[in-house]
Design a protein around this ligand. Structure first.
Ligand code: COA
Length: 169
């Protein structure tokens, strides 16, 4: 598995994935991406990555510096935090461990920057599968929070937790 920056060539695939029921049900009312505007994202506050397995695109990751991101979706947030959004495109690729490997690569990437102290994510409250997935990865509950009209749960993983889990055999 490898992560590479998303390019304009990925836009048709990203739009196709947007129509998948598991992607629709995980997305809130407010957080849809306008791919033609979002990619390429030449910004110092965040990047879109495509995860590839054996050269095939599997899923997507949005990794942002939440305090610097211009819409201020996360509000007043610690500048040492990063935020991640993740999804797998094809339903056949769900539940096969790809998401876990994508998150490990994404977290390693975030924490490679020594200034980064924690990573946050905001699944919909009702997305119990994703919440279990994050909890298994070591994310801890922070709060229940409403983003616009979406009831979400904020989870956080600190550098200490990530590094101690990474040391475990
Ligand atoms: C959440 C997601 C990225 C996890 O990736 P994955 O490759 O399916 O996960 P893995 O195979 O590494 O791990 C399996 C675990 O993922 C979770 N999971 C979440 N959604 C799942 C789904 N639709 N099918 C199977 N497992 C799912 C479960 O906790 C599962 O473990 P369990 O059911 O045995 O307890 C992926 O399922 C996905 O894209 N879901 C739809 C979009 C989404 O919910 N994104 C998160 C938004 S915050």
């Amino acid at each position: 598995m490898r992560l590479r920056p998303a390019t304009k060539e990925d836009i048709p695939l990203l739009k196709y994935w947007d129509k998948k029921p598991h992607v629709i049900s995980a997305g809130g009312d407010d957080d849809w991406y306008d791919w033609d505007k979002e990619i390429p994202r030449n910004a110092d506050w965040g990047e879109f990555f495509i995860a590839e397995e054996g050269g095939r695109a599997i899923g997507v990751l949005d990794i942002i510096d939440a305090a610097a991101e211009p819409t201020h979706y996360w509000g007043d947030i610690d500048p040492t935090y990063r935020a991640i959004d993740i999804w797998i495109g094809e339903e056949d690729d769900l539940g096969k461990g790809y998401g876990t490997r994508m998150m490990h690569l994404a977290l390693a990437r975030c924490f490679a920057d020594r200034r980064v102290k924690a990573v946050v994510i905001d699944p919909l409250e009702r997305n119990l599968d994703a919440r279990r997935f994050y909890e298994r990865l070591g994310f801890e509950f922070v709060e229940r929070r409403r983003f616009e009209t979406d009831d979400c749960i904020v989870y956080r993983i600190t550098r200490e937790t990530f590094e101690s889990l990474a040391r475990k055999p």
